[in-house]
Design a protein around this ligand. Structure first.
Ligand SMILES: CC(C)(COP(=O)(O)OP(=O)(O)OC[C@H]1O[C@@H](n2cnc3c(N)ncnc32)[C@H](O)[C@@H]1OP(=O)(O)O)[C@@H](O)C(=O)NCCC(=O)NCCS
Length: 129
């Protein structure tokens, strides 16, 4: 749904199969309804925290949104990231999802920028205590 009506290939990201990468899914009645992927990758502008994870591909099927599923995936992910001695999570958040990311504790950084074929985004990050 993140790349609706576009080839499935576009749902694959570089690093999907790396050892440090992990993919989470929320299932209801055996149906995959919410996903998120986490990559061991630093952002060049976020220099304070030496070890970081990048969040990508976060999405919940429309009929399951606003039920806490994405937040629950993050609640599962953060301890895994901390266990890997990483103290920051960042993402390129599409503008329409900024409110969601703020709700779950992310902050915006810098100016809005365009991701080709996807639209306007903000760099957002959350430090893990
Ligand atoms: C953004 C998205 C992943 C959130 O998933 P979700 O499972 O609905 O999120 P949650 O139910 O855990 O929401 C957590 C909180 O954020 C709020 N929220 C959810 N989407 C929001 C939005 N777009 N703007 C503002 N607040 C939002 C929820 O109401 C909830 O608040 P509450 O705790 O007060 O009830 C989902 O809307 C989605 O798939 N959107 C389309 C794909 C997308 O844009 N993904 C992000 C790409 S960067």
């Amino acid at each position: 749904m993140l790349r609706a009506n576009r080839p499935l290939e576009l749902a694959k990201f570089e690093g999907d199969d790396l050892d440090q990468t992990f993919h989470l899914g929320a299932f209801i009645d055996n149906k995959l309804v919410s996903v998120a992927s986490f990559y061991f990758e630093n952002h060049p502008l976020l220099t304070e925290e030496p070890y970081q994870y990048r969040l990508r591909g976060m999405a919940t099927l429309p009929e399951y949104q606003r039920k806490g599923l994405s937040s629950e995936l993050l609640r599962v992910a953060f301890p895994i990231i901390k266990q890997n001695l990483c103290t920051l999570v960042w993402c390129n958040a599409r503008e329409s999802a900024v409110g969601y990311y703020q709700k779950v504790g992310f902050e915006k950084m810098g100016e809005i920028f365009e991701v080709p074929d996807v639209g306007p985004h903000y760099l957002m990050f959350k430090k893990l205590d």
